[in-house]
Design a protein around this ligand. Structure first.
Ligand SMILES: Cc1cc2nc3c(=O)[nH]c(=O)nc-3n(C[C@H](O)[C@H](O)[C@H](O)COP(=O)(O)OP(=O)(O)OC[C@H]3O[C@@H](n4cnc5c(N)ncnc54)[C@H](O)[C@@H]3O)c2cc1C
Length: 356
């Protein structure tokens, strides 16, 4: 593999924090929430330090504001809730709900496109030096966050099989750059000889070294292999002081433990992480959809036995992601959606026997 030219966006805004030191500076002076925000010379200074590479945000929903081409806008609306719609736009959250309807394509066409809590500026980071420049120049005035996606050029994810410099782990490992999406990392593990897998979440979209792993990260294999943060052997990080450090249980261990579940964007900019890989094994997965009348007590018995059954599944090394959706009114059916129910190391027949 050895592909290494990935870029990922750094986002600058008035409402997202990367470090305590930045929060403290704001607490002492102007609030990021004040309408004035950072003075424009701060943006100019940042832009100059990034050789003019600061990109002003134009939300993708802006095409639906002051635009008479309704066909173009309704096409965007039809795919708005799909994470893939937001891959290429570094200001746009993958879960559109969290954009707080800022510049939403569902607003009235005559409404202004408001950037709101979205990042106001972005820069594409291609090296640790770019991160250092953004971090140091922005620290005084601007708030900085990292975007989940950046490997937009073909064949460029920064993923490679790695031998960590560790005395306590000698097994197979994968180094995953910031901005690499889960499905890209999983494919790289699968293509390593012999095939391996990594512990990952339920969605293939999110960038694995970002908020997902730094926030703990659960997934279909978590009962057997642990959380995403448990997989990390070392982090490569630019600290808020602009230093590039390797954090592992043996070097800079405080930073290692802080990053391993302490929350994305809190301790520095992660450039890459190295995680454990496991030999591939057969895994079975199922989904269950059960609409029922909320007034029917027998249906609630079924739900009760489903929930107690999931405990058996979890003790056997499996996981169950499930939710009960109420209907729009009390007369409408309630729906149990269990998707997926996963049990590693077994066949479909064994999983069916568990669920029977
Ligand atoms: C479609 C979808 C499916 C999901 N499925 C799961 C799931 O199965 N399991 C699960 O546990 N969670 C899941 N989540 C939740 C997800 O883990 C969190 O939303 C997570 O914060 C996403 O991280 P991100 O880096 O992709 O997002 P962002 O919103 O870009 O970042 C989140 C935070 O991390 C920071 N950050 C990002 N990159 C870096 C970096 N390189 N260095 C330092 N800080 C960084 C950002 O500044 C921000 O504060 C899902 C989310 C979505 C949208």
């Amino acid at each position: 593999m050895g592909r290494s030219h990935c870029s990922f966006p750094l986002r600058f805004s008035r409402s997202l924090f990367i470090s305590d030191s930045i929060v403290r500076r704001y607490s002492a002076g102007a609030s990021p929430a004040t309408p004035a925000g950072p003075p424009s010379h701060a943006w100019e200074q940042l832009n100059a330090s990034l050789a003019g590479h600061l990109i002003s945000t134009k939300p993708i929903g802006s095409m639906c504001h002051n635009n008479t081409d309704f066909a173009e806008c309704s096409e965007l609306r039809s795919r708005w809730t799909s994470p893939a719609t937001h891959y290429e736009d570094s200001s746009s959250p993958l879960a559109a709900y969290w954009s707080n309807f800022s510049c939403s394509p569902f607003q009235h066409a005559g409404d202004d496109c408001m950037i709101g809590p979205l990042a106001q500026y972005t820069t594409n980071v291609t090296s640790a030096a770019d991160v250092q420049k953004g971090m140091i120049t922005s620290e005084d005035r601007l708030l900085l966050s990292l975007s989940r996606y950046g490997c937009t050029t073909s064949n460029s994810p920064s993923i490679d099989r790695n031998t960590p410099t560790s005395t306590w782990y000698t097994g197979p490992a994968l180094r995953i750059g910031a901005g690499v999406q889960g499905h890209e990392a999983q494919e790289a593990a699968h293509n390593s000889e012999p095939g391996h897998f990594i512990m990952y979440g339920h969605s293939p979209d999110i960038s694995i070294a970002g908020g997902y792993t730094q926030g703990g990260g659960h997934g279909p294999l978590a009962s057997k292999y642990g959380l995403a943060a448990d997989q990390v052997l070392e982090w490569k990080v630019v600290t808020t002081a602009g230093e590039i450090l390797t954090a592992s249980p043996e070097q800079n261990s405080d930073l290692y433990w802080a990053l391993s579940g302490g929350g994305g964007g809190t301790y520095g900019v992660v450039l890459s992480m190295t995680v454990r890989m496991y030999p591939e094994e057969q895994t079975a997965s199922a989904s269950l959809v059960f609409p029922f009348d909320a007034a029917d007590s027998r249906a609630w018995d079924v739900i009760r036995s489903f929930i107690s059954g999931t405990l058996l599944l979890i003790h056997a090394g499996g996981t169950a992601l499930w939710v009960l959706y109420p209907g729009p009114t009390v007369e409408d059916p309630v729906t149990l959606i269990a998707r997926p129910l996963t049990l590693p190391g077994i066949t479909k027949d064994v999983l069916q026997a568990y669920l029977a």
